[in-house]
Design a protein around this ligand. Sequence first.
Ligand SMILES: C[S@@+](CC[C@H](N)C(=O)[O-])C[C@H]1O[C@@H](n2cnc3c(N)ncnc32)[C@H](O)[C@@H]1O
Length: 279
Amino acid sequence: MKDAEGVQFLQGCLPKLGLVWPGYRKVRRQVYKQIQRRLESLSLSTVADYQRYLETHPEEWTVLDSLCWISISRFYRDKAVFEFLEQEVLPSLARQALAEGGSTLRCWSIGCAGGEEPYSLSLLWKLTLEARFPAIRLAILATDVDDQAIARAQRACYTPSSLKDLPESWRMKGFDRTSEGFWMIKPEFREPVTFLKQDIRQALPEETFHLILCRYLAFTYFEGPLQSKTLRDVIARMHVGGAIVLGKNERLPDGDAGLIPWSEKEGVYRRAPAALMVP
Ligand SMILES: C[S@@+](CC[C@H](N)C(=O)[O-])C[C@H]1O[C@@H](n2cnc3c(N)ncnc32)[C@H](O)[C@@H]1O
């Protein structure tokens, strides 16, 4: 597919799916590949043919939506954010939980891809903080709309490149090397993580969370009103005093969402009232 054709096609279609072109600019070739495969399976030759197919087969929009799921992730993505979680956010949330008589820190990774993000959190807790807070356990819910991403996450087997940002000692402690050269996360780091197929646009977990990671999904790919709705829904699932983490360079949509910055640099916000936070 020629780039110009692809750009024109995506710029026309993405708004109809509640998605925005600027989010896709850098990753558009990944979407082209998916669309190309779909053209082949429908025996269509060009994007223009596919455009006409969409006009006559409205159910195909659901398929196109799934072709636009971008699954790029890696362990310890945006290292500084994980360091901030380790040094500031998780200890503060743990102290708050203890002050409230709690024993579990509930975390939610939204759009968890192949599990790199929730497993990074699990490694971080177990390798750096668990010994300081023995009365607290971490429970991580990891959701994604994509069955295949969830299946990859449950296999928990990774190429060396997806671990390249992880501290070397964590890689050695957290993974077993398979005979084919992959890295398989050890059972004790899998144990805190539960995976669930869920579309953030349509469903939400029942419980509230102390820490929510919503990175490189809603605030990159969703259009304004859908971002605002998603944020309202997510905040409704935040424990008072809890934190939300955005991706680097992602911004909260306009409007007072009842969040106050914890670190704008790291894209971490907490749910007011802050008076409930234990210093
Ligand atoms: C770019 S990855 C981000 C992975 C991870 N959060 C990170 O920061 O490394 C985006 C993930 O969101 C998932 N996704 C896309 N649309 C979604 C939706 N509506 N609900 C839940 N997950 C979605 C995709 O399948 C993909 O795995």
